[in-house]
Design a protein around this ligand. Structure first.
Ligand code: GLA
Length: 380
Protein backbone atom coordinates (compact mmCIF):
# COMPACT_ATOMS: atom_id res chain seq x y z
CA UNK A 1 0.00 0.00 0.00
CA UNK A 2 1.21 3.55 -0.71
CA UNK A 3 2.90 5.23 2.20
CA UNK A 4 1.18 8.54 2.91
CA UNK A 5 4.15 9.98 4.76
CA UNK A 6 6.83 9.35 2.16
CA UNK A 7 4.67 10.19 -0.90
CA UNK A 8 6.20 12.95 -3.04
CA UNK A 9 3.47 14.61 -5.09
CA UNK A 10 3.89 16.01 -8.58
CA UNK A 11 0.43 17.60 -8.51
CA UNK A 12 -1.94 18.42 -5.66
CA UNK A 13 -5.61 19.17 -6.30
CA UNK A 14 -8.40 20.46 -4.09
CA UNK A 15 -11.86 19.49 -5.24
CA UNK A 16 -14.84 21.01 -3.40
CA UNK A 17 -18.32 19.81 -2.58
CA UNK A 18 -21.28 21.94 -3.58
CA UNK A 19 -24.47 23.37 -2.19
CA UNK A 20 -27.57 24.12 -4.21
CA UNK A 21 -29.74 27.02 -3.12
CA UNK A 22 -32.68 26.09 -5.31
CA UNK A 23 -33.54 24.27 -8.54
CA UNK A 24 -33.52 20.69 -7.24
CA UNK A 25 -33.89 17.77 -9.64
CA UNK A 26 -34.00 20.35 -12.39
CA UNK A 27 -30.65 19.83 -14.10
CA UNK A 28 -31.77 16.73 -16.00
CA UNK A 29 -35.05 18.48 -16.76
CA UNK A 30 -33.30 21.21 -18.72
CA UNK A 31 -33.94 24.10 -16.33
CA UNK A 32 -32.26 26.59 -14.01
CA UNK A 33 -30.26 25.64 -10.92
CA UNK A 34 -28.40 27.77 -8.38
CA UNK A 35 -25.43 25.87 -6.94
CA UNK A 36 -22.05 26.97 -5.54
CA UNK A 37 -18.79 25.25 -4.61
CA UNK A 38 -17.92 25.17 -0.88
CA UNK A 39 -14.84 25.05 1.33
CA UNK A 40 -15.32 21.37 2.26
CA UNK A 41 -13.24 19.36 -0.13
CA UNK A 42 -11.35 16.30 -1.26
CA UNK A 43 -7.57 16.65 -1.65
CA UNK A 44 -5.73 14.52 -4.20
CA UNK A 45 -1.99 14.00 -4.36
CA UNK A 46 -0.71 12.59 -7.64
CA UNK A 47 2.64 11.34 -8.84
CA UNK A 48 3.76 9.70 -12.07
CA UNK A 49 5.01 6.13 -11.67
CA UNK A 50 6.17 5.25 -15.22
CA UNK A 51 4.29 1.94 -15.33
CA UNK A 52 1.00 0.53 -16.69
CA UNK A 53 -0.41 0.03 -13.22
CA UNK A 54 -1.80 2.79 -11.07
CA UNK A 55 -2.40 2.65 -7.35
CA UNK A 56 -5.06 4.76 -5.67
CA UNK A 57 -5.36 5.03 -1.93
CA UNK A 58 -8.31 6.49 -0.05
CA UNK A 59 -7.13 7.47 3.39
CA UNK A 60 -10.75 7.83 4.59
CA UNK A 61 -11.67 4.30 3.56
CA UNK A 62 -8.21 3.12 4.62
CA UNK A 63 -8.07 1.05 1.46
CA UNK A 64 -6.35 1.13 -1.88
CA UNK A 65 -6.70 -0.56 -5.24
CA UNK A 66 -4.68 -1.07 -8.39
CA UNK A 67 -5.85 -0.11 -11.81
CA UNK A 68 -4.51 -1.63 -15.04
CA UNK A 69 -4.50 1.01 -17.77
CA UNK A 70 -4.87 -1.70 -20.43
CA UNK A 71 -8.04 -3.14 -18.89
CA UNK A 72 -10.35 -0.68 -17.16
CA UNK A 73 -13.64 -2.16 -16.04
CA UNK A 74 -16.18 -1.67 -13.25
CA UNK A 75 -15.36 -2.68 -9.70
CA UNK A 76 -17.58 -4.18 -7.00
CA UNK A 77 -16.45 -1.39 -4.69
CA UNK A 78 -18.45 1.75 -5.27
CA UNK A 79 -15.88 4.47 -4.57
CA UNK A 80 -13.44 2.87 -7.00
CA UNK A 81 -15.94 3.23 -9.83
CA UNK A 82 -15.79 7.03 -9.69
CA UNK A 83 -12.05 6.82 -10.33
CA UNK A 84 -12.19 4.02 -12.88
CA UNK A 85 -14.96 5.80 -14.77
CA UNK A 86 -13.00 9.03 -15.06
CA UNK A 87 -9.84 7.31 -16.28
CA UNK A 88 -11.93 5.31 -18.75
CA UNK A 89 -13.70 8.37 -20.15
CA UNK A 90 -10.51 10.43 -20.44
CA UNK A 91 -9.15 7.57 -22.50
CA UNK A 92 -12.20 7.62 -24.75
CA UNK A 93 -11.69 11.33 -25.41
CA UNK A 94 -7.88 11.37 -25.53
CA UNK A 95 -6.66 7.81 -26.10
CA UNK A 96 -3.35 6.96 -24.47
CA UNK A 97 -3.13 10.28 -22.60
CA UNK A 98 -3.27 8.78 -19.11
CA UNK A 99 -0.03 7.04 -18.14
CA UNK A 100 1.01 5.34 -14.93
CA UNK A 101 0.25 7.28 -11.75
CA UNK A 102 -0.28 6.89 -8.04
CA UNK A 103 -2.76 8.93 -6.06
CA UNK A 104 -3.64 9.53 -2.42
CA UNK A 105 -7.10 10.85 -1.63
CA UNK A 106 -8.10 12.55 1.62
CA UNK A 107 -11.50 14.08 2.26
CA UNK A 108 -13.31 16.28 4.72
CA UNK A 109 -16.54 16.01 2.75
CA UNK A 110 -19.16 13.92 4.50
CA UNK A 111 -20.36 11.12 2.19
CA UNK A 112 -24.00 10.60 1.26
CA UNK A 113 -25.02 13.96 2.65
CA UNK A 114 -26.14 15.64 -0.56
CA UNK A 115 -23.11 17.92 -0.92
CA UNK A 116 -21.75 15.93 -3.82
CA UNK A 117 -18.73 14.04 -2.69
CA UNK A 118 -19.28 12.09 -5.94
CA UNK A 119 -18.68 15.01 -8.29
CA UNK A 120 -15.79 16.19 -6.11
CA UNK A 121 -14.18 12.78 -6.53
CA UNK A 122 -14.76 12.63 -10.28
CA UNK A 123 -13.74 16.19 -11.09
CA UNK A 124 -10.71 16.12 -8.79
CA UNK A 125 -9.51 13.00 -10.57
CA UNK A 126 -10.10 14.50 -14.00
CA UNK A 127 -8.39 17.76 -13.10
CA UNK A 128 -5.42 16.00 -11.51
CA UNK A 129 -4.78 13.73 -14.48
CA UNK A 130 -5.24 16.65 -16.84
CA UNK A 131 -2.54 18.57 -14.97
CA UNK A 132 -0.23 15.62 -14.36
CA UNK A 133 -0.11 14.53 -18.01
CA UNK A 134 -0.84 17.89 -19.62
CA UNK A 135 -3.78 16.38 -21.46
CA UNK A 136 -5.38 19.66 -22.52
CA UNK A 137 -8.97 18.91 -21.45
CA UNK A 138 -11.21 21.97 -21.26
CA UNK A 139 -13.38 22.63 -18.19
CA UNK A 140 -16.43 21.56 -20.12
CA UNK A 141 -14.82 18.32 -21.20
CA UNK A 142 -13.89 17.56 -17.59
CA UNK A 143 -17.44 18.36 -16.46
CA UNK A 144 -19.03 16.13 -19.07
CA UNK A 145 -16.69 13.18 -18.79
CA UNK A 146 -17.09 13.22 -15.00
CA UNK A 147 -20.84 13.05 -15.43
CA UNK A 148 -20.44 10.25 -17.99
CA UNK A 149 -18.27 8.32 -15.51
CA UNK A 150 -21.11 8.45 -12.99
CA UNK A 151 -23.61 7.22 -15.58
CA UNK A 152 -21.58 4.33 -16.92
CA UNK A 153 -19.45 3.16 -13.99
CA UNK A 154 -21.52 4.11 -10.95
CA UNK A 155 -24.94 3.74 -12.55
CA UNK A 156 -26.55 6.98 -11.33
CA UNK A 157 -28.01 8.88 -14.27
CA UNK A 158 -27.18 12.23 -12.69
CA UNK A 159 -27.57 15.63 -14.34
CA UNK A 160 -24.73 18.06 -14.86
CA UNK A 161 -25.19 20.51 -11.98
CA UNK A 162 -22.78 18.97 -9.49
CA UNK A 163 -19.85 18.59 -11.85
CA UNK A 164 -20.47 22.06 -13.24
CA UNK A 165 -20.46 23.65 -9.77
CA UNK A 166 -17.40 21.70 -8.65
CA UNK A 167 -15.40 22.84 -11.69
CA UNK A 168 -16.76 26.36 -12.22
CA UNK A 169 -17.32 27.48 -8.61
CA UNK A 170 -16.21 31.03 -7.72
CA UNK A 171 -15.59 32.31 -4.20
CA UNK A 172 -18.60 34.22 -2.80
CA UNK A 173 -20.70 33.60 -5.89
CA UNK A 174 -23.63 31.43 -6.80
CA UNK A 175 -23.86 29.96 -10.28
CA UNK A 176 -27.15 30.46 -12.06
CA UNK A 177 -26.82 27.68 -14.60
CA UNK A 178 -29.15 26.99 -17.48
CA UNK A 179 -28.83 23.21 -17.76
CA UNK A 180 -30.27 23.24 -21.26
CA UNK A 181 -27.68 25.53 -22.86
CA UNK A 182 -24.99 25.36 -20.13
CA UNK A 183 -24.87 29.16 -20.17
CA UNK A 184 -24.33 30.57 -16.72
CA UNK A 185 -24.16 33.76 -14.75
CA UNK A 186 -22.43 34.41 -11.43
CA UNK A 187 -24.60 35.96 -8.75
CA UNK A 188 -23.02 37.45 -5.60
CA UNK A 189 -23.90 35.25 -2.63
CA UNK A 190 -24.78 38.12 -0.35
CA UNK A 191 -27.34 37.07 2.24
CA UNK A 192 -26.22 39.47 4.95
CA UNK A 193 -27.36 39.76 7.77
CA UNK A 194 -28.49 36.20 7.07
CA UNK A 195 -26.30 33.23 6.29
CA UNK A 196 -26.59 29.73 4.89
CA UNK A 197 -26.18 26.76 7.23
CA UNK A 198 -26.46 23.07 6.43
CA UNK A 199 -27.87 20.54 8.86
CA UNK A 200 -26.79 17.00 8.17
CA UNK A 201 -29.42 14.45 9.18
CA UNK A 202 -26.73 11.77 9.18
CA UNK A 203 -29.14 9.47 7.40
CA UNK A 204 -28.66 8.28 3.87
CA UNK A 205 -31.47 5.99 2.78
CA UNK A 206 -30.45 3.26 0.41
CA UNK A 207 -33.23 4.17 -2.03
CA UNK A 208 -31.33 7.22 -3.12
CA UNK A 209 -29.69 6.10 -6.34
CA UNK A 210 -32.37 3.69 -7.55
CA UNK A 211 -35.17 6.19 -6.91
CA UNK A 212 -33.09 8.88 -8.57
CA UNK A 213 -33.08 6.93 -11.83
CA UNK A 214 -36.80 6.22 -11.42
CA UNK A 215 -37.46 9.99 -11.23
CA UNK A 216 -35.55 10.51 -14.45
CA UNK A 217 -37.61 7.82 -16.17
CA UNK A 218 -40.85 9.31 -14.87
CA UNK A 219 -39.85 12.72 -16.21
CA UNK A 220 -38.97 11.21 -19.58
CA UNK A 221 -42.35 9.49 -19.68
CA UNK A 222 -44.13 12.77 -18.97
CA UNK A 223 -42.12 14.68 -21.56
CA UNK A 224 -42.71 12.06 -24.24
CA UNK A 225 -46.47 12.17 -23.66
CA UNK A 226 -46.56 15.97 -23.78
CA UNK A 227 -44.37 16.05 -26.90
CA UNK A 228 -46.93 13.95 -28.77
CA UNK A 229 -49.30 16.89 -28.60
CA UNK A 230 -46.67 19.65 -28.44
CA UNK A 231 -43.55 18.54 -30.34
CA UNK A 232 -41.95 21.96 -29.88
CA UNK A 233 -40.98 21.26 -26.27
CA UNK A 234 -37.64 19.68 -25.53
CA UNK A 235 -37.59 19.74 -21.71
CA UNK A 236 -40.09 19.70 -18.84
CA UNK A 237 -38.64 22.89 -17.40
CA UNK A 238 -39.66 24.98 -20.38
CA UNK A 239 -43.29 23.84 -20.33
CA UNK A 240 -45.71 26.24 -18.62
CA UNK A 241 -47.51 24.75 -15.60
CA UNK A 242 -50.84 25.49 -17.34
CA UNK A 243 -49.82 23.25 -20.26
CA UNK A 244 -48.80 20.46 -17.88
CA UNK A 245 -52.23 20.76 -16.21
CA UNK A 246 -53.84 19.73 -19.51
CA UNK A 247 -52.31 16.28 -18.96
CA UNK A 248 -53.71 15.72 -15.49
CA UNK A 249 -56.21 13.08 -16.62
CA UNK A 250 -53.86 11.56 -19.19
CA UNK A 251 -50.69 10.91 -17.19
CA UNK A 252 -50.46 8.56 -14.20
CA UNK A 253 -50.78 10.68 -11.04
CA UNK A 254 -47.17 10.35 -9.93
CA UNK A 255 -45.81 11.09 -13.40
CA UNK A 256 -48.04 14.16 -13.63
CA UNK A 257 -46.82 15.38 -10.23
CA UNK A 258 -43.17 14.97 -11.22
CA UNK A 259 -43.74 17.00 -14.39
CA UNK A 260 -45.64 19.77 -12.64
CA UNK A 261 -42.98 19.99 -9.93
CA UNK A 262 -40.19 20.33 -12.55
CA UNK A 263 -42.04 23.08 -14.36
CA UNK A 264 -42.76 24.95 -11.12
CA UNK A 265 -39.30 24.52 -9.60
CA UNK A 266 -37.63 25.93 -12.71
CA UNK A 267 -39.82 29.03 -12.44
CA UNK A 268 -39.27 29.21 -8.68
CA UNK A 269 -35.51 29.31 -9.25
CA UNK A 270 -35.94 32.33 -11.48
CA UNK A 271 -38.23 33.92 -8.89
CA UNK A 272 -35.69 33.23 -6.14
CA UNK A 273 -32.90 34.87 -8.12
CA UNK A 274 -35.07 37.92 -8.74
CA UNK A 275 -35.74 38.13 -4.97
CA UNK A 276 -32.02 37.85 -4.25
CA UNK A 277 -31.17 40.55 -6.76
CA UNK A 278 -33.82 42.81 -5.22
CA UNK A 279 -32.46 42.01 -1.74
CA UNK A 280 -35.81 40.47 -0.81
CA UNK A 281 -34.51 37.71 1.45
CA UNK A 282 -37.95 36.98 2.86
CA UNK A 283 -39.17 36.24 -0.65
CA UNK A 284 -36.07 34.15 -1.32
CA UNK A 285 -36.65 32.13 1.85
CA UNK A 286 -40.26 31.56 0.90
CA UNK A 287 -39.08 30.07 -2.41
CA UNK A 288 -36.94 27.61 -0.41
CA UNK A 289 -39.94 26.52 1.66
CA UNK A 290 -42.08 26.08 -1.44
CA UNK A 291 -39.31 24.10 -3.09
CA UNK A 292 -39.23 21.71 -0.14
CA UNK A 293 -42.97 21.35 -0.24
CA UNK A 294 -42.76 20.28 -3.88
CA UNK A 295 -39.90 17.89 -3.23
CA UNK A 296 -41.78 16.35 -0.31
CA UNK A 297 -45.24 15.99 -1.80
CA UNK A 298 -44.93 16.07 -5.58
CA UNK A 299 -41.46 14.79 -6.37
CA UNK A 300 -41.39 12.52 -3.28
CA UNK A 301 -37.64 12.51 -2.70
CA UNK A 302 -37.64 13.73 0.89
CA UNK A 303 -37.78 11.64 4.08
CA UNK A 304 -39.12 12.03 7.60
CA UNK A 305 -35.85 13.34 9.04
CA UNK A 306 -35.58 16.11 6.42
CA UNK A 307 -39.27 17.02 6.73
CA UNK A 308 -38.95 17.24 10.49
CA UNK A 309 -36.05 19.69 10.24
CA UNK A 310 -37.78 21.88 7.69
CA UNK A 311 -40.98 21.97 9.79
CA UNK A 312 -38.94 22.66 12.90
CA UNK A 313 -37.23 25.63 11.26
CA UNK A 314 -40.62 27.22 10.55
CA UNK A 315 -41.05 27.85 14.28
CA UNK A 316 -38.15 30.30 14.18
CA UNK A 317 -38.79 33.77 12.80
CA UNK A 318 -35.05 34.13 12.30
CA UNK A 319 -35.03 31.33 9.74
CA UNK A 320 -36.33 32.71 6.44
CA UNK A 321 -36.34 29.44 4.54
CA UNK A 322 -35.20 25.83 4.54
CA UNK A 323 -35.39 22.80 2.31
CA UNK A 324 -33.79 19.47 1.62
CA UNK A 325 -30.77 19.71 -0.64
CA UNK A 326 -29.38 17.42 -3.34
CA UNK A 327 -30.75 14.09 -4.51
CA UNK A 328 -32.75 13.51 -1.30
CA UNK A 329 -33.73 10.52 0.87
CA UNK A 330 -31.37 11.84 3.53
CA UNK A 331 -28.42 14.19 3.59
CA UNK A 332 -28.70 17.85 4.53
CA UNK A 333 -31.19 20.62 4.78
CA UNK A 334 -30.08 24.07 3.68
CA UNK A 335 -31.28 26.91 5.92
CA UNK A 336 -31.26 30.67 5.51
CA UNK A 337 -30.86 32.05 9.02
CA UNK A 338 -30.01 35.30 10.79
CA UNK A 339 -26.26 35.07 11.38
CA UNK A 340 -26.39 36.11 15.04
CA UNK A 341 -28.96 33.38 15.78
CA UNK A 342 -27.13 30.49 14.14
CA UNK A 343 -25.78 28.97 17.34
CA UNK A 344 -29.05 29.22 19.19
CA UNK A 345 -30.95 27.65 16.29
CA UNK A 346 -28.46 24.81 15.92
CA UNK A 347 -28.65 24.00 19.62
CA UNK A 348 -32.43 23.86 19.50
CA UNK A 349 -32.51 21.82 16.31
CA UNK A 350 -29.94 19.34 17.64
CA UNK A 351 -31.90 18.77 20.82
CA UNK A 352 -35.22 18.35 19.02
CA UNK A 353 -33.70 16.01 16.42
CA UNK A 354 -32.03 13.91 19.08
CA UNK A 355 -35.27 13.60 20.99
CA UNK A 356 -37.31 12.71 17.92
CA UNK A 357 -34.96 10.25 16.15
CA UNK A 358 -32.32 9.43 18.76
CA UNK A 359 -29.75 10.61 16.24
CA UNK A 360 -27.05 13.27 16.12
CA UNK A 361 -27.59 16.25 13.90
CA UNK A 362 -24.39 17.69 12.44
CA UNK A 363 -24.32 21.34 11.46
CA UNK A 364 -22.04 22.14 8.53
CA UNK A 365 -20.87 25.74 8.43
CA UNK A 366 -19.74 26.53 4.91
CA UNK A 367 -18.06 29.24 2.90
CA UNK A 368 -18.69 29.62 -0.80
CA UNK A 369 -15.40 28.91 -2.48
CA UNK A 370 -13.59 28.36 -5.75
CA UNK A 371 -14.00 25.26 -7.88
CA UNK A 372 -11.49 22.47 -8.37
CA UNK A 373 -7.94 23.80 -8.43
CA UNK A 374 -4.31 22.86 -8.47
CA UNK A 375 -2.87 24.05 -5.22
CA UNK A 376 0.82 23.32 -5.04
CA UNK A 377 3.40 20.66 -5.64
CA UNK A 378 5.73 19.25 -3.04
CA UNK A 379 7.84 17.27 -5.53
CA UNK A 380 11.51 17.31 -4.71
C1 GLA B 1 -27.79 14.79 -7.42
C2 GLA B 1 -27.37 14.74 -8.89
C3 GLA B 1 -27.54 16.09 -9.57
C4 GLA B 1 -28.93 16.68 -9.32
C5 GLA B 1 -29.29 16.60 -7.83
C6 GLA B 1 -30.71 17.01 -7.57
O1 GLA B 1 -26.92 15.60 -6.70
O2 GLA B 1 -26.03 14.35 -9.01
O3 GLA B 1 -27.30 15.97 -10.96
O4 GLA B 1 -29.89 16.08 -10.12
O5 GLA B 1 -29.11 15.30 -7.31
O6 GLA B 1 -30.91 18.34 -7.89
Amino acid sequence: MLDINSFNSDVIIDSPGRINLIGEHIDYNGGLVLPAAIDKKITFRFRKNNSETCEILSSNFKSSFKLDLKDISRSETEWQNYILGVVYHINVLKPGSVKGFDCIIESNLPLGSGISSSAALECGMAKGLNELFDIGLTDLQMIKLSRDAEHTFVGTKCGIMDQFAVVKGKENNLILLDCDTLEYKLIPADFSPYTVVLLNTNVSHSLASSEYNVRRDECNTALAAIQKKYPRYSSLAEIEPSVIEEFKQILPEKVFNRALYASQEHRRTLEAVQCLEANDLTGFGDCLYRSHNGLQHMYEVSCKELDFLVDFSKKFDDVLGARMMGGGFGGCTINLILEEKVEEFIENAKAAYQEKFDLDLSPIIIKISNGVSKIESDAR
